[in-house]
Design a protein around this ligand. Structure first.
Ligand code: SAH
Ligand code: SF4
Length: 351
């Protein structure tokens, strides 16, 4: 479904002109949606009511309805549930990081979903269980950001494509959403404030980096340095094995001098061996990649355990000994499954 959210200046202009309205109304509409994040036509105060009525007949403004908001007990992140116009549910997360005295600054990151379900079906991921329903539209992607900003009265500073779904498997809508998030007529976020996380569809990564001129941050879900292990976790690895993936990333690193992050979901007894530390170091060092270690958040369908905090620390410090930059994601919000990448399509009975 086409909505005003998700439309480009050219598309909005076409709608405006088709309604017999002056062209400058298009610029006003852009500002109302992407900069002021309004969610109802009658909030557009500088557009006369008859013009608003015409426009409302021509195109719906929004595609999502808020369902509920859950606050993480441990602070740090909040989860939001939305209903799509066709009656499905999707989730997004707000991660608030208040600056400390030594490093002032206030980062408000929205983690957006890009699909209803996910076709990649990683063994450990809640989003990949169950059936894939459909791609989200660019409008549904950017509206998550606007709604969360309005609901929390916070200015969103960063967007990560790490919610439900594989962004590069919904290529066009992801690109369009990024264009809207970056554009000065859109959300005007800096490209470096956008991160796209992918499970590693190698040809799509190359195409994506080309289309975005390497401007947005790229995170690649690695999870293992060994093909057999990685294939058991990310089935797509059989099609795009590590060698191919890593050589594509080397090309990107060499040509664009851009930093790449590897995400590594650490699972006790599965991918936390010393052999993995060595293997990850061999892959990551030439790329000067940063490693973001995410302790496994257990799901019933994948009966393995999270590493102990000590084991996770040890894995990280061993990687650091190789001269790699490593971050260990805290599991704030675990009590409500709020961390990105752990969103589940299990609200079908929520109607
Ligand atoms: N599809 C993309 C982005 C969404 S998943 C991707 O796979 O990269 C975002 C991150 O959350 C991925 O690195 C994923 O491996 C991680 N993740 C998914 N389920 C998890 C779980 N149960 N525990 C810890 N991390 C998980
Ligand atoms: Fe899809 Fe990412 Fe989950 Fe894998 S980890 S199933 S790619 S959302």
């Amino acid at each position: 479904m086409k909505t005003l959210y998700g439309s480009t200046p050219e598309e909005i202009e076409t709608i405006v002109l088709a309604q017999g309205l002056p062209k400058y109304r298009a610029a006003q509409l852009l500002e109302w949606v992407y900069q002021k994040n309004i969610l109802a036509w009658d909030e557009m105060r500088n557009i006369p009511q008859d013009a608003r009525e015409k426009l409302a007949q021509a195109i719906p403004l929004t595609a999502l309805a808020p369902v509920e908001e859950k606050k993480a007990v441990t602070g740090g992140s909040e989860k939001f549930l939305f209903r799509t116009a066709d009656g499905h549910f999707l989730e997004s997360v707000l991660i608030s990081q208040e600056g400390e005295a030594a490093a002032p600054g206030n980062r408000q990151t929205v983690c957006v979903s890009t699909q209803l379900g996910c076709k990649v079906h990683c063994a450990f991921c809640a989003s990949g269980q169950g059936k894939f329903l459909r791609n989200l539209t660019a409008g549904e992607i950017v509206e998550q950001v606007s709604r969360i900003s309005r609901m929390t009265k916070k200015k969103i500073t960063n967007v990560v494509f790490m919610g439900m779904g594989e962004p590069l498997d919904n290529f066009e809508a992801t690109l369009k959403a990024i264009r809207i998030l970056i554009a000065s007529w859109g959300f005007a976020l800096g490209a470096r404030r956008i991160t796209v996380s992918t499970s590693g569809i190698t040809p799509k990564i190359l195409e994506f980096v080309k289309s975005t001129e390497g401007r947005v941050r790229l995170s690649v879900s690695l999870h293992s340095s060994m093909d057999a292990v990685r294939s058991s976790l990310v089935p797509m690895n059989r099609r795009y094995p590590l060698k191919e993936l890593v050589s594509a990333l080397r090309r990107i690193h060499r040509d664009l001098k851009r930093e790449i992050t590897f995400e590594y979901t650490l699972i006790a007894g599965v991918n936390d061996s010393e052999e993995e530390v060595e293997g990850v170091a061999i892959l990551a060092k030439p790329l000067r990649a940063k490693i973001n270690v995410i302790p496994y958040n257990p799901i019933a369908e994948f009966p393995h355990q999270a590493p102990t905090p000590e084991a996770a620390e040890k894995f990280c410090s061993q990687l650091e000994k190789h001269g790699l930059r490593v971050t260990l994601r805290k599991t704030a919000g675990r009590d409500i499954d709020a961390a990105c990448g752990q969103l589940r399509l299990d609200r079908m009975s929520h109607r």
